[in-house]
Design a protein around this ligand. Structure first.
Ligand code: ADP
Length: 468
Protein backbone atom coordinates (compact mmCIF):
# COMPACT_ATOMS: atom_id res chain seq x y z
CA UNK A 1 0.00 0.00 0.00
CA UNK A 2 2.74 2.41 1.05
CA UNK A 3 4.76 1.61 -2.08
CA UNK A 4 1.67 2.04 -4.27
CA UNK A 5 0.83 5.49 -2.87
CA UNK A 6 4.47 6.60 -3.08
CA UNK A 7 4.81 5.36 -6.65
CA UNK A 8 1.65 7.17 -7.77
CA UNK A 9 2.71 10.26 -5.88
CA UNK A 10 6.14 10.34 -7.57
CA UNK A 11 4.59 9.82 -11.01
CA UNK A 12 2.18 12.72 -10.44
CA UNK A 13 5.05 14.85 -9.14
CA UNK A 14 7.29 14.13 -12.13
CA UNK A 15 4.49 14.75 -14.65
CA UNK A 16 3.43 18.01 -13.05
CA UNK A 17 7.02 19.25 -12.59
CA UNK A 18 7.96 18.40 -16.17
CA UNK A 19 4.85 20.11 -17.45
CA UNK A 20 5.55 23.22 -15.40
CA UNK A 21 9.20 23.13 -16.51
CA UNK A 22 8.26 22.70 -20.15
CA UNK A 23 5.73 25.55 -20.05
CA UNK A 24 8.20 27.83 -18.26
CA UNK A 25 10.94 26.92 -20.75
CA UNK A 26 8.65 27.53 -23.74
CA UNK A 27 7.57 30.92 -22.43
CA UNK A 28 11.16 31.99 -21.78
CA UNK A 29 12.29 30.69 -25.15
CA UNK A 30 9.53 32.32 -27.15
CA UNK A 31 10.06 35.55 -25.26
CA UNK A 32 13.76 35.28 -26.05
CA UNK A 33 13.06 34.70 -29.78
CA UNK A 34 10.56 37.56 -29.90
CA UNK A 35 13.05 39.99 -28.47
CA UNK A 36 15.68 38.71 -30.90
CA UNK A 37 13.32 39.15 -33.84
CA UNK A 38 12.58 42.73 -32.82
CA UNK A 39 16.27 43.44 -32.61
CA UNK A 40 16.98 41.79 -36.02
CA UNK A 41 14.09 43.63 -37.73
CA UNK A 42 15.32 46.98 -36.54
CA UNK A 43 18.90 46.11 -37.54
CA UNK A 44 17.79 44.97 -41.03
CA UNK A 45 15.67 48.10 -41.47
CA UNK A 46 18.65 50.19 -40.47
CA UNK A 47 20.82 48.38 -43.05
CA UNK A 48 18.15 48.70 -45.74
CA UNK A 49 17.70 52.44 -45.17
CA UNK A 50 21.40 53.02 -45.05
CA UNK A 51 22.02 51.06 -48.31
CA UNK A 52 19.21 52.90 -50.16
CA UNK A 53 20.61 56.19 -48.89
CA UNK A 54 24.03 55.34 -50.20
CA UNK A 55 22.93 54.12 -53.60
CA UNK A 56 19.73 53.29 -55.33
CA UNK A 57 21.43 50.89 -57.72
CA UNK A 58 22.70 47.41 -57.01
CA UNK A 59 25.69 47.57 -59.24
CA UNK A 60 27.22 50.57 -57.49
CA UNK A 61 27.57 48.82 -54.18
CA UNK A 62 30.65 47.32 -52.59
CA UNK A 63 29.01 44.55 -50.60
CA UNK A 64 32.17 43.44 -48.83
CA UNK A 65 32.62 46.90 -47.32
CA UNK A 66 28.98 47.16 -46.44
CA UNK A 67 28.94 43.75 -44.78
CA UNK A 68 31.86 44.79 -42.56
CA UNK A 69 30.34 48.16 -41.82
CA UNK A 70 26.90 46.91 -40.82
CA UNK A 71 28.32 44.05 -38.88
CA UNK A 72 30.18 46.50 -36.67
CA UNK A 73 27.12 48.66 -36.42
CA UNK A 74 24.63 45.92 -35.48
CA UNK A 75 27.12 43.73 -33.60
CA UNK A 76 26.06 40.73 -35.68
CA UNK A 77 27.11 38.73 -38.69
CA UNK A 78 25.82 40.33 -41.92
CA UNK A 79 25.50 38.40 -45.19
CA UNK A 80 24.30 39.64 -48.57
CA UNK A 81 22.78 36.90 -50.72
CA UNK A 82 21.48 36.93 -54.23
CA UNK A 83 17.94 35.83 -54.80
CA UNK A 84 19.35 32.76 -56.55
CA UNK A 85 20.69 31.71 -53.12
CA UNK A 86 24.37 32.42 -53.93
CA UNK A 87 26.00 34.57 -51.22
CA UNK A 88 27.54 37.85 -52.41
CA UNK A 89 29.43 38.93 -49.29
CA UNK A 90 29.72 37.97 -45.63
CA UNK A 91 31.11 40.02 -42.75
CA UNK A 92 32.69 37.02 -41.02
CA UNK A 93 33.66 34.49 -43.63
CA UNK A 94 34.52 35.15 -47.28
CA UNK A 95 34.51 31.46 -48.20
CA UNK A 96 30.72 31.51 -47.95
CA UNK A 97 30.45 32.95 -51.47
CA UNK A 98 31.26 29.52 -52.90
CA UNK A 99 28.12 28.04 -51.25
CA UNK A 100 24.58 27.95 -52.47
CA UNK A 101 21.97 28.79 -49.84
CA UNK A 102 18.85 28.32 -51.97
CA UNK A 103 17.97 25.28 -49.82
CA UNK A 104 17.75 27.45 -46.67
CA UNK A 105 14.22 27.79 -45.40
CA UNK A 106 15.00 31.20 -43.95
CA UNK A 107 16.17 32.49 -47.31
CA UNK A 108 13.08 31.10 -49.03
CA UNK A 109 10.89 32.75 -46.41
CA UNK A 110 12.57 36.07 -47.14
CA UNK A 111 11.98 35.67 -50.90
CA UNK A 112 8.33 34.94 -50.18
CA UNK A 113 8.09 37.93 -47.85
CA UNK A 114 7.54 35.76 -44.78
CA UNK A 115 10.61 36.66 -42.75
CA UNK A 116 11.07 35.26 -39.32
CA UNK A 117 13.87 34.21 -37.02
CA UNK A 118 15.32 30.85 -37.97
CA UNK A 119 17.89 28.55 -36.58
CA UNK A 120 20.45 26.74 -38.73
CA UNK A 121 23.79 25.08 -38.65
CA UNK A 122 26.38 27.14 -40.36
CA UNK A 123 28.78 24.93 -42.20
CA UNK A 124 31.27 27.73 -42.90
CA UNK A 125 31.24 29.00 -39.32
CA UNK A 126 31.09 25.51 -37.79
CA UNK A 127 28.29 26.27 -35.36
CA UNK A 128 24.61 26.96 -34.83
CA UNK A 129 23.27 30.33 -35.75
CA UNK A 130 20.12 32.38 -35.34
CA UNK A 131 19.33 34.11 -38.60
CA UNK A 132 16.92 36.68 -39.81
CA UNK A 133 16.70 37.44 -43.52
CA UNK A 134 14.76 40.02 -45.53
CA UNK A 135 14.69 41.15 -49.13
CA UNK A 136 15.81 44.53 -50.44
CA UNK A 137 14.64 45.71 -53.84
CA UNK A 138 16.60 48.34 -55.74
CA UNK A 139 15.15 50.82 -58.18
CA UNK A 140 16.85 49.02 -61.07
CA UNK A 141 14.74 45.93 -60.26
CA UNK A 142 17.65 44.08 -58.80
CA UNK A 143 17.04 42.43 -55.42
CA UNK A 144 19.23 41.05 -52.68
CA UNK A 145 18.64 39.24 -49.46
CA UNK A 146 20.12 40.71 -46.31
CA UNK A 147 20.73 38.18 -43.59
CA UNK A 148 21.68 38.88 -40.01
CA UNK A 149 23.16 36.10 -37.95
CA UNK A 150 24.10 35.58 -34.39
CA UNK A 151 25.91 32.64 -32.91
CA UNK A 152 23.64 30.49 -30.77
CA UNK A 153 26.55 29.86 -28.41
CA UNK A 154 26.63 33.49 -27.38
CA UNK A 155 22.94 34.27 -27.35
CA UNK A 156 21.57 31.15 -25.65
CA UNK A 157 23.78 31.21 -22.60
CA UNK A 158 21.04 32.94 -20.58
CA UNK A 159 18.35 30.46 -21.64
CA UNK A 160 20.66 27.58 -20.87
CA UNK A 161 21.38 29.01 -17.46
CA UNK A 162 17.69 29.47 -16.81
CA UNK A 163 17.04 25.93 -17.92
CA UNK A 164 19.70 24.60 -15.56
CA UNK A 165 18.16 26.53 -12.65
CA UNK A 166 14.75 25.22 -13.60
CA UNK A 167 15.93 21.62 -13.79
CA UNK A 168 17.76 21.95 -10.50
CA UNK A 169 14.73 23.41 -8.72
CA UNK A 170 12.43 20.72 -10.18
CA UNK A 171 14.78 17.94 -9.08
CA UNK A 172 15.25 19.36 -5.59
CA UNK A 173 11.50 19.87 -5.17
CA UNK A 174 10.91 16.24 -6.20
CA UNK A 175 13.45 15.08 -3.60
CA UNK A 176 11.93 17.31 -0.87
CA UNK A 177 8.39 16.22 -1.80
CA UNK A 178 9.39 12.54 -1.63
CA UNK A 179 10.94 13.02 1.82
CA UNK A 180 7.84 14.87 3.09
CA UNK A 181 5.46 12.37 1.50
CA UNK A 182 7.31 9.50 3.18
CA UNK A 183 6.32 10.98 6.55
CA UNK A 184 2.76 11.74 5.44
CA UNK A 185 2.23 8.29 3.97
CA UNK A 186 3.69 6.72 7.11
CA UNK A 187 1.12 8.64 9.21
CA UNK A 188 -1.63 7.51 6.85
CA UNK A 189 -0.62 3.87 6.66
CA UNK A 190 0.28 3.30 10.33
CA UNK A 191 -3.27 3.47 11.76
CA UNK A 192 -4.57 1.35 8.87
CA UNK A 193 -1.91 -1.23 9.62
CA UNK A 194 -2.91 -1.17 13.29
CA UNK A 195 -6.56 -1.58 12.29
CA UNK A 196 -5.73 -4.55 10.14
CA UNK A 197 -3.70 -6.13 12.98
CA UNK A 198 -6.52 -5.55 15.47
CA UNK A 199 -9.09 -6.96 13.01
CA UNK A 200 -7.04 -10.16 12.88
CA UNK A 201 -7.41 -10.47 16.66
CA UNK A 202 -11.17 -9.95 16.36
CA UNK A 203 -11.37 -12.59 13.64
CA UNK A 204 -9.55 -14.97 15.98
CA UNK A 205 -12.12 -14.25 18.74
CA UNK A 206 -9.92 -11.99 20.87
CA UNK A 207 -11.83 -8.75 21.65
CA UNK A 208 -9.33 -7.14 24.01
CA UNK A 209 -7.41 -4.99 21.52
CA UNK A 210 -8.40 -1.38 20.94
CA UNK A 211 -6.40 1.19 18.95
CA UNK A 212 -5.12 4.63 20.03
CA UNK A 213 -6.85 7.44 18.14
CA UNK A 214 -4.27 9.97 16.95
CA UNK A 215 -6.19 11.93 14.31
CA UNK A 216 -9.56 13.57 13.86
CA UNK A 217 -9.87 12.76 10.14
CA UNK A 218 -11.71 9.88 8.44
CA UNK A 219 -9.10 7.40 9.66
CA UNK A 220 -9.61 8.68 13.21
CA UNK A 221 -13.37 8.16 12.76
CA UNK A 222 -12.80 4.65 11.44
CA UNK A 223 -10.57 3.86 14.43
CA UNK A 224 -13.21 5.25 16.82
CA UNK A 225 -15.91 3.11 15.18
CA UNK A 226 -13.65 0.08 15.43
CA UNK A 227 -13.02 0.77 19.13
CA UNK A 228 -16.72 1.23 19.87
CA UNK A 229 -17.45 -2.01 17.99
CA UNK A 230 -14.92 -3.80 20.23
CA UNK A 231 -16.49 -2.26 23.36
CA UNK A 232 -19.98 -3.29 22.26
CA UNK A 233 -18.79 -6.82 21.47
CA UNK A 234 -17.21 -7.02 24.92
CA UNK A 235 -20.45 -5.80 26.55
CA UNK A 236 -22.43 -8.30 24.51
CA UNK A 237 -20.17 -11.19 25.47
CA UNK A 238 -20.31 -10.07 29.09
CA UNK A 239 -24.11 -10.05 29.05
CA UNK A 240 -24.20 -13.47 27.37
CA UNK A 241 -21.91 -14.83 30.09
CA UNK A 242 -24.06 -13.18 32.76
CA UNK A 243 -27.25 -14.74 31.33
CA UNK A 244 -25.48 -18.09 31.15
CA UNK A 245 -24.36 -17.77 34.78
CA UNK A 246 -27.90 -16.81 35.88
CA UNK A 247 -29.34 -19.81 34.06
CA UNK A 248 -26.89 -22.15 35.77
CA UNK A 249 -27.68 -20.61 39.17
CA UNK A 250 -31.37 -20.91 38.44
CA UNK A 251 -31.18 -24.57 37.53
CA UNK A 252 -29.25 -25.40 40.69
CA UNK A 253 -31.70 -23.30 42.79
CA UNK A 254 -34.70 -25.03 41.23
CA UNK A 255 -33.22 -28.45 41.88
CA UNK A 256 -32.50 -27.53 45.47
CA UNK A 257 -35.97 -26.02 46.04
CA UNK A 258 -37.71 -29.05 44.55
CA UNK A 259 -35.61 -31.42 46.56
CA UNK A 260 -36.45 -29.93 49.99
CA UNK A 261 -40.22 -30.69 49.98
CA UNK A 262 -39.55 -34.08 48.32
CA UNK A 263 -37.09 -35.08 51.05
CA UNK A 264 -39.66 -34.14 53.66
CA UNK A 265 -42.41 -36.07 51.83
CA UNK A 266 -40.22 -39.18 51.54
CA UNK A 267 -39.27 -38.89 55.22
CA UNK A 268 -42.89 -38.81 56.36
CA UNK A 269 -43.81 -41.72 54.08
CA UNK A 270 -41.16 -43.70 55.93
CA UNK A 271 -42.79 -42.63 59.22
CA UNK A 272 -46.13 -43.93 57.95
CA UNK A 273 -44.57 -47.30 57.19
CA UNK A 274 -43.69 -47.84 60.86
CA UNK A 275 -46.10 -50.26 62.31
CA UNK A 276 -48.23 -49.23 65.23
CA UNK A 277 -47.67 -45.45 65.02
CA UNK A 278 -50.32 -43.46 66.80
CA UNK A 279 -53.21 -41.79 65.04
CA UNK A 280 -51.97 -38.31 65.93
CA UNK A 281 -48.59 -38.90 64.32
CA UNK A 282 -50.20 -40.45 61.27
CA UNK A 283 -52.48 -37.40 60.74
CA UNK A 284 -49.56 -35.00 61.23
CA UNK A 285 -47.47 -36.92 58.71
CA UNK A 286 -50.25 -36.90 56.15
CA UNK A 287 -50.78 -33.14 56.72
CA UNK A 288 -47.14 -32.42 56.06
CA UNK A 289 -47.10 -34.67 52.99
CA UNK A 290 -50.13 -32.78 51.67
CA UNK A 291 -48.68 -29.29 52.31
CA UNK A 292 -45.34 -30.15 50.80
CA UNK A 293 -46.99 -31.72 47.77
CA UNK A 294 -49.10 -28.58 47.31
CA UNK A 295 -45.96 -26.49 47.52
CA UNK A 296 -44.30 -28.67 44.90
CA UNK A 297 -47.36 -28.26 42.69
CA UNK A 298 -47.33 -24.47 43.09
CA UNK A 299 -43.61 -24.30 42.41
CA UNK A 300 -43.95 -26.29 39.22
CA UNK A 301 -46.90 -24.11 38.14
CA UNK A 302 -44.89 -20.93 38.67
CA UNK A 303 -41.87 -22.38 36.91
CA UNK A 304 -44.11 -23.09 33.94
CA UNK A 305 -45.33 -19.46 34.02
CA UNK A 306 -41.72 -18.27 34.14
CA UNK A 307 -40.70 -20.38 31.18
CA UNK A 308 -43.77 -19.21 29.29
CA UNK A 309 -42.84 -15.55 29.93
CA UNK A 310 -39.25 -16.03 28.92
CA UNK A 311 -40.01 -17.91 25.74
CA UNK A 312 -42.44 -15.33 24.32
CA UNK A 313 -41.53 -12.17 22.45
CA UNK A 314 -43.58 -9.87 24.68
CA UNK A 315 -43.32 -6.75 22.59
CA UNK A 316 -45.04 -8.46 19.69
CA UNK A 317 -48.40 -9.13 21.30
CA UNK A 318 -48.89 -6.02 23.41
CA UNK A 319 -52.51 -4.89 23.32
CA UNK A 320 -54.75 -2.49 25.23
CA UNK A 321 -55.79 -4.17 28.45
CA UNK A 322 -58.36 -2.85 30.93
CA UNK A 323 -56.56 -3.38 34.22
CA UNK A 324 -59.76 -3.06 36.32
CA UNK A 325 -61.32 -5.98 34.46
CA UNK A 326 -58.19 -8.07 35.08
CA UNK A 327 -58.43 -7.33 38.83
CA UNK A 328 -62.12 -8.29 38.89
CA UNK A 329 -61.35 -11.61 37.14
CA UNK A 330 -58.58 -12.38 39.63
CA UNK A 331 -60.82 -11.60 42.60
CA UNK A 332 -63.39 -14.00 41.24
CA UNK A 333 -60.86 -16.80 41.01
CA UNK A 334 -59.67 -16.07 44.56
CA UNK A 335 -63.19 -16.02 46.08
CA UNK A 336 -62.77 -19.39 47.91
CA UNK A 337 -59.58 -18.20 49.67
CA UNK A 338 -61.19 -14.85 50.51
CA UNK A 339 -64.22 -16.58 51.99
CA UNK A 340 -62.13 -19.14 53.86
CA UNK A 341 -60.26 -16.45 55.77
CA UNK A 342 -63.21 -14.08 55.81
CA UNK A 343 -61.13 -11.26 54.27
CA UNK A 344 -62.85 -7.96 53.58
CA UNK A 345 -61.86 -6.92 50.05
CA UNK A 346 -62.56 -3.40 48.73
CA UNK A 347 -62.00 -2.35 45.14
CA UNK A 348 -61.74 1.37 44.39
CA UNK A 349 -61.65 1.81 40.63
CA UNK A 350 -62.83 5.42 40.56
CA UNK A 351 -63.26 5.57 36.82
CA UNK A 352 -63.97 2.92 34.25
CA UNK A 353 -61.41 3.18 31.53
CA UNK A 354 -57.99 2.28 32.91
CA UNK A 355 -56.32 0.82 29.82
CA UNK A 356 -52.64 0.09 29.70
CA UNK A 357 -50.50 -1.45 27.03
CA UNK A 358 -49.80 -5.02 28.03
CA UNK A 359 -50.76 -8.59 27.72
CA UNK A 360 -53.77 -10.17 29.40
CA UNK A 361 -51.94 -13.33 30.52
CA UNK A 362 -48.99 -11.42 31.98
CA UNK A 363 -51.10 -8.82 33.80
CA UNK A 364 -53.33 -11.52 35.26
CA UNK A 365 -50.17 -13.24 36.55
CA UNK A 366 -49.04 -10.01 38.23
CA UNK A 367 -52.38 -9.22 39.87
CA UNK A 368 -52.88 -12.85 40.90
CA UNK A 369 -49.53 -12.94 42.71
CA UNK A 370 -50.05 -9.67 44.57
CA UNK A 371 -53.68 -10.23 45.59
CA UNK A 372 -53.08 -13.89 46.47
CA UNK A 373 -50.13 -12.85 48.69
CA UNK A 374 -52.28 -10.19 50.39
CA UNK A 375 -54.77 -12.94 51.33
CA UNK A 376 -52.19 -15.66 52.02
CA UNK A 377 -50.11 -13.48 54.34
CA UNK A 378 -53.16 -12.03 56.10
CA UNK A 379 -54.90 -12.98 59.32
CA UNK A 380 -58.46 -14.23 59.51
CA UNK A 381 -60.95 -11.36 59.16
CA UNK A 382 -58.20 -9.19 57.66
CA UNK A 383 -58.61 -6.44 55.07
CA UNK A 384 -57.39 -6.00 51.48
CA UNK A 385 -57.83 -2.65 49.71
CA UNK A 386 -57.23 -2.49 45.97
CA UNK A 387 -57.30 0.88 44.15
CA UNK A 388 -56.52 2.21 40.70
CA UNK A 389 -55.09 5.73 40.42
CA UNK A 390 -54.72 7.91 37.36
CA UNK A 391 -51.61 10.05 36.77
CA UNK A 392 -50.69 12.23 33.76
CA UNK A 393 -49.11 9.50 31.67
CA UNK A 394 -49.69 6.39 33.73
CA UNK A 395 -52.06 4.36 35.87
CA UNK A 396 -51.22 3.20 39.38
CA UNK A 397 -52.46 0.01 41.03
CA UNK A 398 -52.19 -0.27 44.82
CA UNK A 399 -52.71 -3.52 46.75
CA UNK A 400 -52.81 -2.85 50.48
CA UNK A 401 -53.34 -5.37 53.27
CA UNK A 402 -53.25 -5.29 57.05
CA UNK A 403 -51.67 -8.73 57.25
CA UNK A 404 -48.50 -10.00 58.88
CA UNK A 405 -46.19 -7.62 56.93
CA UNK A 406 -42.56 -8.10 56.02
CA UNK A 407 -39.69 -7.33 58.42
CA UNK A 408 -37.79 -4.27 57.12
CA UNK A 409 -34.48 -6.18 56.85
CA UNK A 410 -36.11 -8.70 54.46
CA UNK A 411 -37.86 -6.16 52.24
CA UNK A 412 -35.10 -5.88 49.64
CA UNK A 413 -34.92 -9.67 49.22
CA UNK A 414 -38.58 -10.51 48.50
CA UNK A 415 -38.22 -9.99 44.74
CA UNK A 416 -35.42 -12.57 44.53
CA UNK A 417 -36.25 -15.99 43.12
CA UNK A 418 -37.16 -18.65 45.74
CA UNK A 419 -36.96 -16.16 48.60
CA UNK A 420 -39.64 -16.75 51.24
CA UNK A 421 -39.85 -14.75 54.48
CA UNK A 422 -42.33 -17.23 55.89
CA UNK A 423 -39.74 -20.00 56.04
CA UNK A 424 -39.07 -18.78 59.50
CA UNK A 425 -42.61 -17.67 60.24
CA UNK A 426 -43.94 -21.15 59.90
CA UNK A 427 -46.33 -20.44 57.05
CA UNK A 428 -45.58 -23.30 54.71
CA UNK A 429 -47.31 -22.41 51.46
CA UNK A 430 -45.49 -20.64 48.67
CA UNK A 431 -42.75 -21.11 46.14
CA UNK A 432 -40.85 -17.85 46.55
CA UNK A 433 -41.17 -17.30 42.81
CA UNK A 434 -44.32 -15.11 42.66
CA UNK A 435 -42.74 -11.70 43.28
CA UNK A 436 -39.71 -12.50 41.10
CA UNK A 437 -42.07 -13.28 38.22
CA UNK A 438 -44.18 -10.18 39.02
CA UNK A 439 -41.20 -7.84 38.94
CA UNK A 440 -39.91 -9.44 35.74
CA UNK A 441 -43.25 -8.87 33.98
CA UNK A 442 -43.74 -5.31 35.31
CA UNK A 443 -40.26 -4.24 34.11
CA UNK A 444 -40.95 -5.85 30.74
CA UNK A 445 -44.05 -3.68 30.37
CA UNK A 446 -42.03 -0.52 31.20
CA UNK A 447 -43.73 -0.30 34.55
CA UNK A 448 -42.45 0.03 38.15
CA UNK A 449 -43.12 -1.87 41.38
CA UNK A 450 -42.52 -0.67 44.94
CA UNK A 451 -43.26 -2.11 48.34
CA UNK A 452 -43.82 -0.60 51.78
CA UNK A 453 -44.36 -2.95 54.67
CA UNK A 454 -44.20 -3.28 58.39
CA UNK A 455 -45.03 -6.19 60.67
CA UNK A 456 -47.40 -3.89 62.59
CA UNK A 457 -49.57 -2.40 59.84
CA UNK A 458 -49.21 -4.80 56.91
CA UNK A 459 -47.94 -4.35 53.32
CA UNK A 460 -48.60 -1.99 50.43
CA UNK A 461 -47.54 -2.97 46.88
CA UNK A 462 -47.64 -0.06 44.39
CA UNK A 463 -47.51 -0.61 40.63
CA UNK A 464 -47.34 1.96 37.84
CA UNK A 465 -47.86 1.31 34.11
CA UNK A 466 -47.68 3.76 31.21
CA UNK A 467 -51.09 4.58 29.68
CA UNK A 468 -51.98 2.82 26.45
P1 ADP B 1 -44.52 -16.93 47.65
O1 ADP B 1 -44.74 -17.94 46.60
O2 ADP B 1 -43.83 -17.47 48.85
O3 ADP B 1 -45.68 -16.10 47.94
P2 ADP B 1 -43.49 -14.49 46.60
O4 ADP B 1 -42.32 -14.28 45.74
O5 ADP B 1 -44.79 -14.12 46.10
O6 ADP B 1 -43.41 -16.01 47.02
O7 ADP B 1 -43.18 -13.71 47.93
C1 ADP B 1 -41.95 -13.80 48.56
C2 ADP B 1 -42.10 -13.63 50.04
O8 ADP B 1 -42.48 -12.29 50.35
C3 ADP B 1 -43.22 -14.47 50.58
O9 ADP B 1 -42.74 -15.75 50.94
C4 ADP B 1 -43.63 -13.69 51.81
O10 ADP B 1 -42.86 -14.04 52.92
C5 ADP B 1 -43.35 -12.26 51.45
N1 ADP B 1 -44.61 -11.55 51.08
C6 ADP B 1 -45.05 -11.34 49.82
N2 ADP B 1 -46.20 -10.63 49.84
C7 ADP B 1 -46.49 -10.40 51.14
C8 ADP B 1 -47.56 -9.73 51.83
N3 ADP B 1 -48.56 -9.13 51.18
N4 ADP B 1 -47.51 -9.69 53.19
C9 ADP B 1 -46.50 -10.27 53.84
N5 ADP B 1 -45.47 -10.94 53.26
C10 ADP B 1 -45.47 -10.99 51.92
Amino acid sequence: MRRKILFNFIIILIISSSLTGYIAYSIIKSDHLNSKEEKYISSINLIKDSIIDDSSSFSNLNFFDKAQKYSNLTLSRVTFIGIDGIPIADSHNNSIIFDNLSFSLGINNAINNQSKVFYEYSKEMGGKYYYYADMLEFQDNESIIIRIGESVDNTDKLVEKLLTYLLFSILSSIVIAIIISFGTIENLVKPLKELSEASKFVAAGDFSHTIDINSDDEIGELTASFNSMILELNEYIKSINEVERMRKDFVSNVSHELKTPLTSILGFIETLRIEGIGNEIRIKALDIIETESLRLEEMIEKLLVLSKIESRDDNKDLVKVDISRVIKDVLEVLTPQIKEKNIEVSLDIGFLDATIKGNEFLLKSVMMNLIENSIKFNRDNGKVEISILEYDNSFGVVVKDNGIGIPSDKLDKIFERFYRVDNIRNITKGSGLGLAITKHIVMGLDGTIEVESSTKTGSVFKLEFPKA
